[in-house]
Design a protein around this ligand. Structure first.
Ligand SMILES: [Zn+2]
Ligand SMILES: [Zn+2]
Length: 393
């Protein structure tokens, strides 16, 4: 039999589905979530909940639900932004915005957090406070860092979040204790040679030929210069240069990403890459520069938050529904919260192969089983309540 909380969440299902489909049809990119934030404010107001003034550039907001007695504050986080990808779907709720779509499930995250607010408003915690964080710009722009700058974590003692996971069947969850998501840093490499006629290579310095060697040589930094037991990915994602098939390109620009877990390795990577890039360029009479833009740090989940989460999964979904999962090299800006206070981001199963919900995140055909919405809302509300009840802090 359902717990009262899950029964409440199931009763909320039609609302949750309607909210998620509305958000899915009206996706907004990072830091452009005006309509999304307005929608969240309206829903919270309808529940009798008061939202904060706009924060994090104008589209972020928080909402604190006060328990009967004073006590510590636990936070729950949702991200609200969509991706610059054209959705490929025949669903009636397909994105109405050309080239923009919720293909990372942030529409579901936003929906489930409003749902958790509804459940908590109906039955307030006995003691302490729950702060709902609706943040902009997870995909690009580190919205979490700006939420923190604007005080979203003030007085917060712990934070939980869910991310939908198309690898995990609906009705199940996954957790990773310790390092869970990699740090992601952007690199830009500029190779400069000397242009000329394609038929007289000896009179120029071919930046395309040099760039090709740079691309292969930096993979040696991964396979030969770095400890094989430490995760490391270097990917060159773009390469641009040249004007015509019969002209030697004077310069080539490449951009890419470096993914790491260890802070020491992360710090060492710019110098390791630079050494190889400079030497390869010099060997062929070219020059090269490397720019590194440090992005999201690694997300490290705090093991002390696992028992409450596991207990919530057992209460909402049943025993044996949470699996330990391996870390991934994908990045997540929840990392910023987890640097400040004990944090845990868990994976919520949304896979249902029979219904065709099995495409990976960021895929043009990604979609999710909406049965996950009431489960996620109940899970968030339950873990907040459970954490507060257990808090002798
Ligand atoms: Zn994403
Ligand atoms: Zn995401």
């Amino acid at each position: 039999m359902d717990s009262p909380l899950l029964a409440d969440a199931r009763a909320l299902r039609p609302d949750l589905v309607a909210w998620r489909r509305h958000l899915h049809m009206h996706p907004e990119l990072s830091y452009q979530e005006q309509a999304t934030a307005a929608f969240v404010r309206e829903r919270l107001a309808a529940l009798g909940l008061e939202a904060s003034p706009p924060m994090a550039g104008g589209t972020g907001l928080t909402c604190t639900i006060h328990g009967v007695e004073d006590g510590p504050t636990v936070a729950l986080r949702a991200d609200m932004d969509a991706l610059p990808i054209q959705e490929d779907s025949s669903a009636p709720y397909v994105s109405k915005a050309p080239g923009v779509a919720h293909l990372c499930g942030h529409d579901a995250h936003t929906t489930m957090l409003i749902g958790a607010g509804a459940l908590l408003a109906r039955q307030r915690p006995a003691r302490g406070h729950v702060r709902l964080l609706f943040q902009p710009a997870e995909e690009a722009g580190a919205g979490a860092a700006r939420m923190i700058e604007d005080g979203a974590l003030d007085a917060v003692a712990a934070i939980y979040a869910l991310h939908v996971d198309p690898r995990t069947p609906v009705g199940h969850t996954g957790t990773t204790v310790g390092p869970a998501n990699a740090a992601a840093d952007e690199i830009a490499i500029e190779v400069t040679g000397a242009g000329g006629h394609a038929a007289y290579p000896h009179l120029s310095v071919d930046a395309v030929a040099v760039a090709a060697q740079v691309v292969t040589a930096i993979q040696h930094v991964v396979s030969r210069h770095s400890d094989p037991l430490e995760p490391l990915v270097v990917t060159i994602g773009t390469i641009q240069g040249g004007f015509a098939s019969n002209v030697i390109a004077p310069s080539v620009r490449m951009t890419g990403t470096v993914r790491t877990f260890g802070p020491e390795l992360r710090k060492a990577m710019p110098a390791r890459l630079e050494r190889v890039i400079h030497a390869v360029a010099a060997a062929h009479g070219a020059t090269a520069t490397l720019d590194v833009r440090f992005g999201y740090p690694a997300t490290v989940n705090d093991g002390s938050l696992l028992p409450d989460f596991e207990a919530s999964v057992a209460a909402v979904m049943g025993e044996g529904r949470n699996a330990q999962m391996a870390p991934t090299m994908g990045a997540e800006d929840f990392a910023y919260y987890a640097q400040r206070v004990p944090g845990m981001i868990a994976r919520l199963g949304v896979r249902n192969e029979a219904l065709g919900f099995s495409h990976p995140l960021h895929h043009p055909r990604f979609d999710l089983d909406e049965d996950a919405l009431p489960l996620g809302a109940a899970l968030l509300a339950d873990v907040a309540r459970r954490w507060l009840a257990g808090a002798r802090r």
